[in-house]
Design a binder for this molecule. Structure first.
Ligand SMILES: [Zn+2]
Length: 236
């Protein structure tokens, strides 16, 4: 979308084509992956899907809510209330222009982060009778269509799947190999010194990553997005 002109967007609004809003985070991703990893993965996969079907990929929301990495250098988190308000404002602005189908897909999969996006989507859907929406994190999508590709159990952050995808999309941004790590936070505690429990900033095993795996993952995810967008078209 960011490369289009007003008349081009106007024509797409007129056809009510689905809008995909990519959400990410500015967050540490171990010693080997860039801070915007969560933006890059979902944005690039969204672009792949948009080459196959009518789908407007909005400029990504770079900042997100990061809890467990909040103390690591490079993590710039925003409040959930801000993320919720921002999501509502973006949805309202698209709706004013005539768009009614939305995919809110996040490369950052934190539970609290996703809850605020979902809450905004629920509120917006409650306000507008003619809106249909999908909300999912990239991990939700992987679990649904590509879990068989991931060898590492409980691989979630800067590990096998994320490293594979950045190796595929941006090999020049991968700085060596991160070490496998499985942090254990004290259960139920709102942890104050988070780095103490998660020194390396990796959750999973980047050693199992490969660009080939990243390519297959990206293709499967793009197919999944195409399917979700088609389902939205049928909903209306
Ligand atoms: Zn990530």
């Amino acid at each position: 979308m960011e490369r289009l002109t007003l008349h081009e967007v106007e024509a797409l609004a007129h056809k009510e084509i689905p809008v995909l809003i990519p959400f990410g985070s500015v967050e540490e991703h171990g010693p080997h992956l860039p801070l915007a990893t969560d933006v890059y993965t979902i944005y690039r996969v969204a672009e792949m899907a948009s080459r196959e079907i009518p789908l407007l990929v909005a400029p990504p929301v770079y900042y997100g809510l990061c809890r467990s990495t909040a103390d690591h250098p490079g993590t710039i988190s925003i409040r959930g209330t801000v993320l919720r308000a921002l999501t509502l404002d973006i949805l309202s602005a698209f709706y004013r222009q005539g768009f009614k189908k939305f995919l809110l897909l996040s490369g950052h999969a934190g539970g609290t982060h996703m809850a605020f996006i979902l809450d905004a989507a629920e509120e917006f859907q409650g306000l507008k009778d003619d809106v249909v929406m999908v909300v999912a994190s990239i991990i939700d999508l992987i679990k649904d269509c590509a879990l068989d590709l991931i060898e590492t159990p409980d691989d979630s952050h800067a590990g096998e799947w994320e490293t594979s995808m950045i190796q595929y999309f941006y090999p020049e941004l991968v700085k060596g190999k991160g070490k496998a790590e499985y942090p254990k936070f004290p259960k139920f505690q709102v942890v104050r010194n988070k780095k103490r429990y998660w020194p390396g900033g990796v959750w999973g095993d980047p050693g199992k990553a490969s660009p080939e795996k990243g390519q297959i993952l990206a293709e499967r995810l793009a197919e999944k997005i195409i399917l979700l967008a088609k389902e939205l078209e049928e909903e209306v």
